[in-house]
Ligand binder design. Sequence first.
Ligand SMILES: Nc1ncnc2c1ncn2[C@@H]1O[C@H](COP(=O)(O)OP(=O)(O)OP(=O)(O)O)[C@@H](O)[C@H]1O
Length: 231
Amino acid sequence: MAPAQPRPTLHLSKVERRYPQGQGFLEVLRGADLAIWPGEIVALVAPSGTGKSTLLHVAGLLEKPDGGEVFVGSQPTASMGDQERTRLRREDLGFVYQFHHLLPEFSALENVVIPQLIRGLPKGEAEERAKQILAFLGLGKRLDHRPAELSGGEQQRVAIARAVANAPRLLLADEPTGNLDPNTADRVFQTLVSIVRASKLAALIATHNMELAARMDRRVTIRDGLVVQLP
Ligand SMILES: Nc1ncnc2c1ncn2[C@@H]1O[C@H](COP(=O)(O)OP(=O)(O)OP(=O)(O)O)[C@@H](O)[C@H]1O
């Protein structure tokens, strides 16, 4: 039997997305194509207002495309129902945002454990895994701290730990270091890359920081509603 063809972890195929504007529509994505392969870290470097968040929302199955298809692995998602999309999002995708969105009343450990419990993992296993990931990210001594008792960089590392705890296939990050000073941003970015590499994930990371973008495997931008490769 012929070996299975390798597939991108994420494949946006001719994706269209438009929003009502006045009498007509604002065409934000007009047939955007993007494939991200296992283990690849791709930077999305797009000027404000060109559709970066729209692309991340469509890739993250938070918004449905108005045309085209979004494949997560081999699964086409455009015609999936909400329940199935939620399941796929929970199992296959991890999200990191500019502001960490941690649960303020829970500890660092609990913030990483809770999404795993929601997915159905036994508590002991979820805690063990959370401890390992937090230790890998240099937070082994901060397990019991609540978000307000952590520095900005530490909070963002907890958010990264939470995003990878369910062993997603794809990590989507929107300005994950945008809220941090340059030195902390650099350290957080390094830990993000190291955990993505160690877990053999694929990642799409939106950033305005060209220095960080230069250290990723590939850079893309959005031009006239299409995804364009940058040098
Ligand atoms: N729900 C919506 N309804 C109407 N227009 C929208 C909606 N969401 C986004 N837009 C418009 O679509 C365009 C692209 O928005 P998007 O948020 O994707 O930009 P962006 O590149 O992420 O910008 P930034 O970097 O400033 O966040 C913008 O002109 C925005 O005003």
